[in-house]
Write a protein of this length. Sequence first.
Length: 229
Amino acid sequence: MKPVRILIVEDDPMVASINKKLTEKVENFQVVDIASTENEALKKIEESVPDLILLDIYLSAGNGLNLLQKIRHMNIPTDVILVTAAKDSKTISQSMRYGAIDYIIKPFDLERLEKSLKNYLKLRLLLDKHKDIQQSDLDKLNLQAKSEMPIIKSDLPKGVHALTLDQIMVFLLKQDIPLSCEQVSGELAMSKITVWRYLEYLVEQGKVKVELAYGAVGRPSKRYYVFDK
């Protein structure tokens, strides 16, 4: 197959050079250009329409999230992986809403970037090969690399597992409205007790916020969210 054409958007020349070398160590990927500002990147994207963009949030002139939003509004068929030091929940949530396929927090190692690129390549091959995709095929790809996203870094107490914690956190990051424990457990096919325990732990850690929803009768129910209202 043809190499995946990549545009790196990074305003630090040294970091951009390192990212280029790391990326091109992965087979079937080619960095075709580098941009350091939002406007420069948008111009190059419109001209060449790269297959994939490795995008930083913090740019000396412009902002990566603004660029991602513009790409989506212009309906440019380019995929985006965030490679950035930004790690606040609002930024991560917004990037997912704008369609970023992965989020890599600096500093990172080659293995993490390599896994993300290889998963992306598998998805492209799958989409090119088949008209209809099975759920099992998508599950195998695990494109978002949920178990590896470094959202929760602190030491975990006994009975709290990083994989489950990150799965719940990633799910909440994608939501536009606060959800109840029952809604989360239903979507993730987990027991209510397990989800409630993890949600309350995330609230204690300041990772998740909670609001009360009052009905006509009975006690108010809790709704959990991670975005700024």
